[in-house]
Design a protein around this ligand. Sequence first.
Ligand code: FES
Length: 403
Amino acid sequence: MKGERLKKLKVRISSFSLKDMLNFKNLPLRRDKAIEAAEDKEIVADFPINNNARALHPDYQKMVVQGIIDRDSLGTKTLVLKKADGSAAAWFRPGQYVSLKMKIGSSYVSRPYSVSSSPKMTRDGKIHVTVRPKEGGFVSKHLLEDVKVGDSLLVSGPDGQFYHDPLRDSSNVVAIAGGSGITPFISMAFAIRDGIEDFNLTIISGSRTGDSILFRKELEVLQEETDRVKVVHVLSEEKKDGFEHGFITADLIKKYAPEDYSLFICGPQGLYTHMDTEVAKLGLPARRVRREILGAEIRAEDGAFETYTLKVIQGPQVFEIPARSDESLLVAIERGGIMAPSKCRSGECGWCRSKLLSGKVFIPCSHDSRRQKDRESDHIHVCVTFPQSDIVLEIPRGDYPVD
Ligand code: FES
């Protein structure tokens, strides 16, 4: 049996072990001779494994806006994106994000958005991303007001660690969502309904009023379609029958959580600050608490900021642009019309890793996920680094053809 298998694999074992040893010893010699004798030309080959890897982890996907769905009274919209060439979109884990890349005016920008649809739709080449208006939001304004059906967008491959992993997480997930922080959880809920994910999901969703609940209808339908998804709405500015009132607290979580659970949190910065205190009261081990933070926002309380000079070296090109102390270096680079690679904008993916040649910077500890080696060699993630003096920086080349 074993011999047959070896024969299939074309492995020959000599009965004389000395001969085997000589064969092995002469292997490099034979290899060098074969290389010498080979034709001097590039090997062009189409390997299925490489094609699969590219389909699963594309740098970017060319997609077309196939539809736009109005979501709520706040002006939130879902962009229905479809692969331009009709092929399947990259498969993702529910909870992961994609980065939309575009040129607005003279700025090359990217923004990460959690996918808000089921992975099942990728087979038809589709994904949904849901955009909520944001005060002063440069990209959200463009996506909500300028982008129309038929427009093209570049979409990165899926990324991020905010998904259920049966090896790490409990089979019960309690999801805390603040406002548009519901998007990764609606994707998880769809995936549970579609039989793609195998865990129980209790969503505790915080909104201001009943009218501003995002995906309210969809969540109602999902609860009817599967008993593995439960939803609790918490309204902070309205009292209504059938809804909890106030803020999401440790007591409220205990009221609805099963005995053993993982806690997933997604929402605006204020939610994390509030939940830090509440989560401490739950006594959960650290591995059972997961947070999704896309984008580091730093603003001086009084709106004050300094403006420094940022010298950017990118290959043979050198740019000199202004950089505000309350905005990340990545924002300054984008404002300056320089195309720079980025994906998560929260210091996690390493896509924007650059070399700080001189100057003083501030990196919030909560977003500093650099390796020790990078800290020692002054490599920084420009998406979460803020200038505190004039800066000289070497950045990698831009990674997407948006023009
Ligand atoms: S964009 Fe991901 S680390 Fe900066």
